[in-house]
Design a protein around this ligand. Structure first.
Ligand SMILES: *Cc1c(COP(=O)(O)O)cnc(C)c1O
Length: 378
C-alpha cells in the first residue's frame, strides 16, 4: 500500500522542502549526525559508556544511528510500552529508567526480556518480589538498578541503608540480577548558569556517592552507575562515580537547552547543533506586523517556553493556540506561504505530537522515519 502525501505522511523521499506538508517535524540530518559523532568522541575520551534516552526521540531509526555512529551501547526508555516499541523495531538492549509497579506491566516487562536485554529501576522491596515472580514465570533475567533519589524529589530510595537493603534483596531474588545504581536529577539539567549547576550537581551526587560507598562496603559493588543528561553530562563524566551517561536531548537540542551554558561558559546550542525543527507555514498575514502560522501547541510543545523562529531575528512567536501560532513581525517580512523553521522550546514532548520525522539534507528529503514509540505512555 502506498502512503498518500498530505494524509498518511507529510513528505516522501526526494521532495524539495517547498513540497513538504506543514506543520511537520523536520530533522537536519547533518546536524544530527554531527551531534552523535561529537558525543561518541566525548564518551570514548572520557572512558564512560553511553545509553542515550529514547524518550526524547521515540525513534528506532535515531536509536540505530546512535548505535552505529554515536557510540551508544544500549538505549534508555521511560515506559514498558515504549521499550516494547523499540524492541519490536529491532533494538536489543533497553533500560526502563523508571519503576514499574502494576502486575500487567511487570508481566509485559518480563516477557520482553525473552526478546532483548531488559533492565529496570527499583526503589522498594515489594517491587523486588513482584519482579522476581514475573521473571521466574517467564524464565528470564531482569537487570535491576537501585534508583537513588538525589535531589529532584522523584522516585528512588531515600537513604544509603535502603539502597543496600533493596540491592541485597535483588541479588538474592531468582530471575533478577543486581547491576548497580541509577541516579538522575532532571531539574538540575536546565539550570542555565554553569556555576550554579555545578553546585547543585555536587550536592545531588554527594548523596549518590554515599549510597555507592555503602553498597561497596556491604559487598554489593555496583557494576553500573547510570545517570546524567544534556545539562550535566560533563560533570558526571569527570565524577569518577558514574560509568554510564543517559543523555537524550543532545541529539536534537531545543530552545530551552539553547539558553543553558556549558561547563566552560559557552552556549550549549553552539556546541550541540540544533537538529530538530517544526516546519510551519504562514497561512495569514492579516495586518502589517502580524503573521499567523499553522503550528500551534498541537504541533509544538510549549511547556518549556514558546518556539523560536530560526534565522528570523526580528520575528517572534508570541502565542500558541491549538492550531495557530501568532508571530510578531515588526518589519512585515513574512507573507502567506512562507516557511518558518521553529526551534521547539522542549524537544521530548514535541516529538511525541507527531507521527513522522522528515529528514532533510541540502534542502531535499532524504528520509521519512516513523516516531516509533509515539503515544506509548503506558
Ligand atoms: C530524560 C532523562 C534523561 C535525559 O535527559 P536530557 O536532558 O534529555 O539529556 C536521562 N535520564 C533520565 C532518567 C531521564 O528521565
Amino acid at each position: 500500500m502506498s502512503l498518500e502525501v498530505g494524509y498518511d505522511v507529510p513528505a516522501t523521499v526526494g521532495m524539495t522542502l517547498e513540497e513538504v506538508e506543514t506543520p511537520c517535524l523536520l530533522l537536519d540530518l547533518d546536524a544530527l549526525e554531527d551531534n552523535l559523532r561529537q558525543m561518541a568522541a566525548f564518551v570514548a575520551d572520557a572512558g564512560i559508556t553511553l545509553r542515550p534516552h529514547g524518550k526524547m526521540h521515540k525513534s528506532a531509526d535515531v536509536a540505530k544511528l546512535q548505535a552505529e555512529i554515536g557510540g551508544a551501547t544500549g538505549l534508555c526508555c521511560q515506559k514498558v510500552s515504549e521499550a516494547t516499541a523499540f524492541v519490536r523495531a529491532g533494538i536489543t538492549d533497553v533500560l526502563v529508567t523508571n519503576e514499574v509497579r502494576e502486575a500487567a506491566k511487570i508481566s509485559r516487562l518480563a516477557r520482553l526480556a525473552s526478546e532483548a536485554q531488559v533492565g529496570v529501576c527499583v526503589d522498594d522491596l515489594t517491587n523486588v518480589a513482584e519482579l522476581s515472580v514475573a521473571a521466574s514465570a517467564f524464565g528470564v533475567t531482569l537487570d535491576c538498578l537501585v534508583e537513588v533519589e538525589c535531589g529532584s524529589r522523584r522516585c528512588g530510595v531515600a537513604s544509603p541503608e535502603a539502597a543496600v537493603e533493596v540491592a541485597r534483596a535483588i541479588s538474592e531474588a531468582p530471575g533478577l540480577r543486581f547491576r548497580g545504581v541509577q541516579s538522575y536529577n532532571g531539574a538540575m539539567q536546565h539550570i542555565a548558569d554553569p556555576a550554579e549547576r555545578r553546585t547543585t550537581f555536587d550536592d545531588s551526587y554527594a548523596v549518590t556517592r554515599v549510597a555507592v560507598d555503602a553498597l561497596k562496603a556491604a559487598g554489593l559493588p555496583p557494576q553500573v552507575v547510570s545517570g546524567g543528561g544534556t545539562g550535566s553530562y560533563e560533570y558526571e563524566a569527570k565524577s569518577g562515580l558514574f560509568t554510564e551517561l543517559q543523555c537524550g536531548s543532545y541529539a536534537f537540542m531545543d530552545a530551552d537547552y539553547g539558553r543553558v551554558r556549558n561547563a566552560g561558559g559557552g552556549r550549549l546550542d553552539l556546541q550541540w547543533g540544533n537538529a530538530l525543527y517544526v516546519l510551519a507555514s504562514v497561512m495569514s498575514a492579516p495586518t502589517f506586523g502580524r503573521a499567523v502560522c499553522d503550528a500551534g501547541h498541537k504541533s509544538v510543545a510549549i511547556d518549556s517556553g514558546l518556539p523560536v523562529p530560526k534565522d528570523l531575528p526580528q520575528v517572534k512567536y508570541v502565542s500558541a493556540s491549538d492550531e495557530h501560532g501568532t508571530l510578531d513581525d515588526p518589519g512585515g517580512s513574512l507573507k502567506v506561504g512562507d516557511r518558518v523553521w521553529l526551534v521547539p522550546g522542549h524537544c521530548d514532548p514535541t516529538c511525541n505530537l507527531h507521527d513522522w520525522y522528515v529528514g532533510v539534507r541540502g534542502g531535499v528529503v532524504e528520509t521519512v522515519w516513523p516516531v516509533t514509540a509515539r503515544g506509548k505512555a503506558w
